[in-house]
Ligand binder design. Structure first.
Ligand SMILES: [Zn+2]
Length: 160
């Protein structure tokens, strides 16, 4: 997945030049399967010819739009939604925390636009900030601890 975040050296593409899939792949230093995937994802090619020809300026347009959207930073209250392809806010500002190690935890939420599960990893030093920013629901782990605690029932009327 890290691979897909790479930035491409678009200076190596000549805007007025038509590229075949292997040529475009070679110019950008990627596998041709990457270029074939881009064609499925909206890169335009002249399909009247065999092999397909992709204009250099179209390659540049497609890849810079892609890099642009990748670069859109999420604010502290936002998560990147892989369905919306946009930074989105958590539904009702509610999040769940899931500890993956003593120093790292995952913040999980629901996209307020499309209901997709959102999540981002945080370091433990951000824990206070997360609690201040969001309405944090009970952790799965803490749930167990708390239900074992007799204090849980302290708000109930004592039996006469
Ligand atoms: Zn979404």
């Amino acid at each position: 997945m890290v691979k897909r975040k790479r930035t491409y050296n678009l200076h190596r593409i000549k805007a007025t030049w038509p590229y075949t899939v292997p040529e475009a792949a070679k110019a950008l230093g990627v596998h041709k399967n990457a270029v074939l995937r881009w064609l499925k994802e909206g890169l335009q090619a002249n399909r009247d010819t065999r092999p397909y020809l992709i204009r250099g300026d179209e390659l540049i347009r497609f890849l810079s739009a892609r890099q642009q959207s990748r670069r859109r930073k999420c604010s502290p209250t936002e998560f990147y939604c892989f369905k919306c392809h946009e930074p989105r806010k958590a539904y009702e500002n509610i999040v769940d925390l899931e500890f993956v190690s003593p120093s790292r935890f995952r913040v999980k939420a629901i996209c307020e636009v499309c209901d997709t599960t959102l999540n981002k990893m945080q370091g433990i030093r951000n824990l206070t900030k997360i609690h201040q920013t969001f309405h944090v629901q009970q952790l799965a782990g803490q749930h167990l601890i708390e239900s074992a605690s007799p204090n849980l029932n302290s708000d109930k009327e004592p039996n006469p």
